[in-house]
Design a protein around this ligand. Structure first.
Ligand SMILES: [Cu+2]
Length: 140
């Protein structure tokens, strides 16, 4: 009877311990992933987004190079700058893919799906004076 009381009182405790380990592991993971992203509040990126590009702050994209998986790529474009930016994807032959993206002000987002074959593309902003906004997109 003594041992039975002991085992029933132990069981819920071990479940709690297991939960705590799982929870702290999840916390450690989320803390790690948020600290590895850029500064500012981490925006939640939907799971179906295949490529995220951020404009600004300033006349620049957040990264010099991006990668995506070939196929239908849903692109999320977010403006963290105070002015309007666009996003055009140019293939290796110099052709601009149809469907330019646009984010008119800070906090604005645009989502478009492009069908991309494997290869190297250029991402640019077509706003006059924004020639510095150039990035490479590698699709594989
Ligand atoms: Cu721009």
């Amino acid at each position: 009877m003594k041992s039975r009381t002991f085992s029933t009182s132990l069981r819920p405790r071990s479940v709690v311990t297991r939960c705590l380990i799982a929870c702290s592991a999840a916390l450690a993971f989320s803390a790690c992933s948020s600290s590895s992203s850029s500064s500012g509040p981490a925006a939640t990126v939907p799971a179906d987004i295949g490529l995220q590009v951020i404009a600004g702050p300033g006349i620049k994209f957040d990264l010099p190079t991006y990668t995506a998986k070939a196929g239908d790529v849903k692109v999320l474009y977010t403006n963290r700058d105070s002015q309007r930016h666009t996003l055009a994807i140019i293939d290796s032959t110099g052709k601009t893919l149809p469907g330019e993206m646009e984010v008119v002000k800070s906090g604005a987002t645009d989502v478009k799906t492009y069908t991309l074959a494997a290869g190297t593309y250029k991402i640019i902003c077509t706003v006059p004076g924004h020639n510095a906004m150039k990035a490479t997109l590698t699709v594989s």
